[in-house]
Write a protein that binds this ligand. Structure first.
Ligand code: MOS
Length: 724
């Protein structure tokens, strides 16, 4: 039975177990394997007799396949087959290939769409044949390429409260500004890859996925087979950032080819294919309207966004997600409009919604602070509502004001000049900026198995993935803490669909959701141990192999009587997710230098202060924050998918042309993690942190740029040409 989480958990059990394991910045147990290259990633499995497949993608954006000249290619050395199966070619929708709309397989909807798989004995032979494959097309241009001029429609029902126009008309201070953010690529280090191997009707896939139990269903659905026939193994994942939430073409193509050829097939996407076929974050246009009274209190808040996706795709970047709950302002208009264009699928890329929404909102807040003559921190603090606007539900916990204050003290915010162009060092204008961080918190259904072995060691199992985030470390820490077992004696097995279904890695919910399942399994084991001891489980103390409670105590080994104790813990979101507005919060402080002649922006310092409930592992949480902040720097200064507006072709489809920040772009980053418990978020009292570091960062950077040189950036990334 799934235990829903319906009321806040005040017991604070993890604060009473006293092992000092939970929260500690422990290394990842798999770290050694990863840094020495011994952790096996998807493409590295080599089942016997494995053939290699290479995808061939469309070189036109819209139209129909007239002919695929297979014969010449089939005669090339080593070639085993060319597959154009219509199941394989179905478009993965927001990474959900199984539920994609029915399509004519000969129909081409975007430049880069996979059209065929060429399989050969070796990778080189397959690549050669794939390049030589000639496909002729009938070209159309029915769907527009430019989101700017394409018609749009509301993606969802707008949120309208009061009268925003009137609030704007009567405002003492106001901002009406339109921002643009560029499309982004997830650019995970490990490219998408699948190795498919059939044993009769049973399929095994070694792949790179974020949400295994979901991915099993997608794959089964795409292949028209029962989910129990599919096993997915994904023990190590080299980053996902949303791009591996769903399966992609490699998995379906490898499975179909392997079935047809009667031998394992491996399909690894090239870096360029990852860019052109997997998923993009939509570019956005965002109109922000802020109306405030003479004290800088918001009376009106408008956030209207325009995003894009392919026709029929259901996903729309939820740009206004944090705007709904973050600040006050009783007159509101929040909406997301979507344009249907011919570009690869738009989907979830790290912190979908907040990543770009907070970027614009926080830039607009800076502008309002200036107009209202208030310090930007003071403006934000004045506008923190006591309950969620429009829903009137309380916040589960919110350390935003604390993050702003502590960050200000740590960063030396008082040294900021209130007006721009006041600090110059040689060629460089220097400026400071601040922004709030916010990202919704979610709890997802999850299960995990914990086994206390007769020798007192622990085994924790779930199909939860570790996409570089620390799942192996954190889940082991929770179990060790709960059952008084030193971390060296805790083994964690993940990433196998035969294990109980974890929440998967997405939406910052993996650690708190699957961690809560581990917590509940441990609670059940504690109950059984307490029962055997003849004690109340809330009084049970487990340490150094001894179970005790008041006068009673016994070695755990004795209570186990030579057998393991095994429990499956389950969690499911319940009333607490409805009764409380739940989000993780923080603040960013940034110092930039802007070159007076070239308009180049350099980050000098960047501090993030975050409150997200209980910190499960200081080191991995901090790493997530740092990684998010690096993403924020990319979003602010360099990352931009560039499409050819004549045919929707992605022009910068590799890591040379798509400018991720490199080491030289990143100064010493600093992170402060606040001490917090959120009893309504999860039994662990922890919220999500995986995406928080990107939610607002670019706003702080833009605000620092303005403070340095007096130019407001309305178009991101803030490349020199946009600043000059
Ligand atoms: Mo995330 S974009 O939900 O992996």
């Amino acid at each position: 039975m799934f235990g829903t989480f319906d009321s806040p958990d005040q017991r604070n059990l993890l604060d009473r177990t006293g092992q000092g394991i939970i929260g500690k910045g422990l290394d990842r147990p798999e770290a050694g394997l990863k840094v020495t290259g011994r952790a096996t990633y998807a493409a590295e499995y080599r089942p016997e007799n494995c053939a290699d497949g290479v995808l061939v993608t469309a070189t036109v954006a819209q139209g129909k396949i007239l002919q695929i000249e297979s014969e010449k290619i089939e005669a090339l050395p080593g070639v085993l087959g060319i597959f154009t199966d219509k199941l394989m070619l179905r478009r993965p929708a927001q990474g959900t290939a199984g539920r994609a709309p029915a399509q004519d397989p000969r129909q081409i909807e975007y430049h880069g769409q996979p059209l065929a798989l060429v399989v050969a004995e070796t990778f080189e032979q397959a690549m050669h044949a794939a390049k030589a494959l000639c496909i002729t097309y009938e070209r159309h241009h029915d769907v527009p390429y430019d989101p700017e001029t394409a018609p749009s429609e509301p993606a969802e029902k707008p949120i309208i409260l009061g009268d925003l126009d009137e609030a704007m008309a009567n405002a003492a201070h106001k901002v009406d500004a339109t921002y643009e953010t560029a499309g982004h690529a997830s650019a995970a280090m490990e490219p998408h890859a699948s190795i498919a191997s059939w044993q009769g009707d049973d399929l095994t896939i070694w792949g790179s996925f974020q949400m295994i139990s979901h991915n099993v269903k997608e794959l089964a659905d795409a292949l028209r087979i029962a989910p129990k026939r599919v096993r997915i193994l994904s023990p190590y994942v080299g980053g996902g950032f949303g791009s591996k939430l769903g399966i992609s073409h490699d998995a379906v193509a490898a499975a179909l080819a392997a079935k047809a050829l009667g031998r394992p097939v491996r399909v690894v996407l090239t870096r360029q294919q990852v860019f052109t076929t997997i998923m993009r974050r939509s570019e956005t246009r965002q109109r922000l309207r802020l109306a405030a009274d003479g004290d800088g209190r918001l009376t009106g808040l408008g956030h209207e966004a325009w995003v894009s996706n392919l026709p029929q795709e259901s996903f729309a970047e939820p740009v206004t997600q944090a705007t709904q709950f973050l600040y006050g302002g009783e007159n509101r208009k929040l909406c997301v409009n979507i344009a249907r264009i011919s570009r690869l699928t738009a989907g979830s890329v790290r912190a979908p919604g907040e990543a770009v929404g907070m970027q614009a909102l926080e830039a607009a807040m800076d502008e309002l602070a200036e107009r209202a003559g208030l310090d930007p921190i003071e403006l934000r603090k004045r506008n923190l509502p006591s309950s969620e606007p429009g829903k009137d539900r309380p916040y589960s916990s919110r350390m935003l004001a604390e993050a702003l204050d502590q960050g200000a003290a740590a960063f030396g915010w008082h040294e900021r000049q209130p007006k721009p162009c006041m600090t110059r060092e040689g060629e460089w204008w220097i400026g400071l900026g601040v922004a709030s961080a916010a990202r919704v918190n979610m709890l997802m259904p999850a299960a995990a198995r914990v086994r206390l072995e007769p020798d007192g060691s622990l085994l924790v199992q779930s199909d939860q993935t570790d996409i570089g985030t620390g799942s192996y470390a954190i889940l082991g820490q929770i179990a060790g803490e709960m059952l008084g077992v030193p971390i060296e004696r805790v083994r964690v097995e993940l990433g196998d669909s035969e294990l109980p279904s974890g929440a998967g890695s997405g939406g910052s919910f993996g650690a708190s959701s699957t961690g809560s399942a581990v917590f509940r399994a441990c609670e059940a084991i504690r109950d059984r141990l307490a029962h055997r001891l003849g004690a109340r489980s809330d009084r049970l103390d487990l340490r150094n192999g001894i179970a005790s409670s008041g006068e009673r105590s016994a070695p755990v080994a004795e209570l186990l009587r030579g057998y393991a104790l095994e429990e499956i813990g389950r969690i499911k979101p319940g009333k607490t997710q409805i009764d409380y507005a739940q989000a993780s919060y923080g603040a960013f402080f940034c110092e930039v230098a802007v070159n007076a002649f070239t308009a180049e922006t350099r980050i000098r310092r960047l501090l993030g202060v975050f409150g997200f409930g209980r910190v499960l592992n200081q080191k991995t949480a901090r790493s997530q924050c740092l990684g998010g902040m690096v993403w924020g720097i990319g979003s602010a200064l360099s990352e931009e998918l560039s499409f050819d507006l004549r045919d929707g072709r992605l022009m910068n489809h590799d890591l040379e042309q798509y400018h991720l920040p490199v080491h030289a772009d990143i100064p010493d980053l600093d992170v402060i993690l606040l001490e917090e418990r959120d009893t309504a978020a999860s039994p662990l009292q922890a919220k999500g942190v995986g995406e928080l570091g990107i939610c607002g960062t670019a706003g702080a950077i833009a605000n620092a740029v303005y403070n340095a040189c007096g130019v407001r950036a309305y178009s991101f990334p803030i490349t020199p040409d946009r600043l000059i």
